[in-house]
Write a protein that binds this ligand. Sequence first.
Ligand SMILES: Cc1ncc(COP(=O)(O)O)c(C=O)c1O
Length: 333
Amino acid sequence: MNFPPRAQLAQCPTPLHKLDRMGQSLGVELYVKRDDLTGAELSGNKIRKLEFLLAEALAQGCDVVITGGGEQSNHCRATALAATRLGLGSVLCLRTLDKKQPPPTRGNILLDRLAGAEVVWIDHEDWAHQQETYEREAERLRRAGKKPYIIPEGGSNALGAWGYIACVQELSKQLATLPRKATTLVYACGSGGTGAGLVIGGKAFGFADLGVSIAGVNVCDDRDYFVKKIGDIAKAFARDYAGPTVADHEIEIVDGYVGRGYAKSRPEELECLRELASKEAIILDPVYTGKAFYGLCQELGKDKERFGERVVFLHTGGIFGLFPAAEAFDALW
Ligand SMILES: Cc1ncc(COP(=O)(O)O)c(C=O)c1O
């Protein structure tokens, strides 16, 4: 595939680690694709997408990026740091319950501030009209003589999808060094961009021929929402880059693990996160990877064959969201 221009930000290829102890207790050959190691402060899945999005921002001569997300958004933190690294400014529209009483500066918010981002607090009402919110900020910046570039929620659009096509290319080389086995790549799905890149990349790099399937565990909304969202990104990708067509039935979403809602944890999810950390020194986050891994364990508990002989869990990062959630773990100690 002909990749579009790319700003080099991520430390790649990320390693593929075998998790013997956890795999044994789950009854499968378990691997983790360490996309939490794409960097230190600039880590996780968003950086792969930002390599392409920010390259476009630079090519268009933009000097500031605008994006948004939840108050502890990993995407916003990664955007702020990546923008700074490339000499761009950033405006982050962070969603909180009451914008007049913003949350304390901790976790990702602390890193946003350190990176020099301008934080604009928005509420759920503003979020419901996200595009207008970004346009309003863009207009304000233009009036101040700036040239803004808008990045959608999660960096999830056709251009951002290239990030996870690149990851599939990397992973297919890594899997080719292992004996062939029925394998499923399991990932956390939050805004659909990672899923879209994986599904498009899986088709382009012949995952089916390698016996590899892809399954997303949604951490918000539901299966229908993500089949549509991923399908829409794939359609835009096919249009813009002559990519492969993706049918709805080729998008597998494992629904049922949103739990108490987006960014709200249940004790059993935190216990699962603790178990993986104490067995394998792999640290998940409570909002995305922790929920997806909990879903994976539950599904295997019901049916060991569910994902084939080998499971590759895609660790998409998010460690900084763990610290503001520390008190939720108190009951475990
Ligand atoms: C740590 C982490 N994992 C997974 C996701 C989900 O990725 P996507 O938004 O591409 O579905 C996100 C962001 O939403 C994230 O921050």
